[in-house]
Design a protein around this ligand. Structure first.
Ligand SMILES: [Zn+2]
Length: 375
């Protein structure tokens, strides 16, 4: 399971919707099926049944994740099946701690299925024959399914992104360290494991393992990027990102005066003041609407929004962002009744770009420092 906002459904085959979750099959999954079909023995019917069982096992794995996310109030919007598992698009990004439980739920589901099927097999064949059919599973579909679910569980628990094990590791580390350190450490371990897997695959001739390792290696980088957005917002106060140079309108101004200001400045939203006191907010849309309906001579006080969004300067950007998108793109940063600044989606976007560049150059400097240290 990976959670990425940017995964789109290109290159996938839509399969259907299960419990409100739309399921897509990535084309690489189809390739895996073809490879398995040619490398496994049995009649076409047996092969077909085995494929179906494999597919259901992967779906069950994803359902395990989805049910656990649901418990934490996070909804799975879409699942895309890759050969190494599914990629779930979630309604919101879970914290690393929740991720620990959500990521363990998938492999646990496969383990449970394997245990249940083993019990059925023991019931059917007895202990000795069950053990024997697990050693030579080719003859028996049920034994193949037991092994497939066990390997799905173990494989997904490898401590590397985008495998569940990588996320579980990050969640586990975040119990003891800051989320950022946990991410960084888990990411390093993940890349190391990927390189090790790739080498083992090359030398032992398991080329499929090498392919998986490459996927894991690049998956780690992608997953890190998804986390970056959250890192950029985390711990930043509204006052650090707000616009501090702006114009206000006196409450006696007309819509015509406001329109002149809209043209003369790059500002879109104007706080309306009466003396020192803020009485409302006139957004570009309200201004234009009022202009069209009532003409330029009406007073801004009649058109402005009195129930504008107030943000305390020390509140966090992470919390302000959803409020901002609900309120129509502008909030007033106020310390009590004193207006300190404006927070708009445009200046927030600029702030994030600047911060990202800042973080990356710091990161580069740090990496340089580390390589110097190693020399
Ligand atoms: Zn998973």
């Amino acid at each position: 399971m990976m959670d990425q906002e940017n995964i789109n459904s290109s290159g996938t085959l839509y399969l259907g919707t299960l419990a409100g979750v739309s399921i897509h099959l990535h084309f690489t999954f189809v390739i895996l099926f073809v490879v398995l079909l040619f490398s496994s023995t049995g009649t076409p019917v047996e092969q077909g049944l085995y494929m179906a069982a494999l597919f259901l096992s992967v779906v069950a794995h994803e359902v395990g994740h989805a049910l656990m996310s649901h418990r934490f109030g996070i909804h799975t919007l879409e699942v895309i099946m890759f050969p190494v598992g599914g990629v779930a698009r979630l309604s919101r990004q879970p914290t690393s701690r929740l991720e620990l439980w959500i990521s363990l739920a998938g492999p646990s589901t496969n383990f449970l299925i394997a245990v249940a099927l083993t019990l059925v097999q023991i019931q059917r064949l007895g202990w000795d024959k069950t053990a024997e059919s697990l050693r030579t599973p080719d003859a028996d579909l049920l034994s193949k399914c037991i092994l497939a679910n066990t390997s799905l569980a173990i494989f997904n628990l490898l401590p590397a992104f985008p495998m569940d094990g990588g996320k579980a590791l990050r969640g586990f580390l975040s119990l003891f360290r800051s989320e950022r350190d946990a991410s960084r450490l888990a990411y390093l371990i993940g890349r190391t494991v990927a390189i090790a897997l790739g080498l083992v695959g090359l030398f032992a001739g398991y080329y499929l393992l090498t392919v998986v390792a490459v996927f894991v290696y690049f998956g780690a980088a992608q997953d890190n990027a998804a986390k970056l957005g959250r890192t950029l917002l985390a711990g930043v106060q509204v006052r650090e990102a707000m616009v501090t140079e702006f114009d206000t309108l006196p409450h006696g101004a007309t819509i015509g005066d406001a329109a002149k200001k809209l043209l003369a400045t790059s500002q879109q939203d104007f706080p309306v003041v009466s003396g020192e006191q803020v009485v409302g907010l006139l957004s570009r849309n309200l201004l234009l609407g009022s202009m069209a309906e009532d003409g330029p001579d009406t007073y801004v006080a009649g058109a402005m929004n009195r129930e504008f969004l107030r943000l305390p300067p020390e509140s966090e950007l992470m919390d302000a962002l959803p409020l901002l998108s609900d309120s129509g793109a502008c909030g007033l940063v106020m310390d009590g009744e004193t207006l300190l600044g404006l927070l708009t989606t445009e200046n927030l976007a600029e702030f994030l770009v600047l911060r990202r560049i800042g973080i990356e150059s710091k990161q580069l400097a740090k990496d340089d420092q580390e390589s110097v240290d190693q020399d």
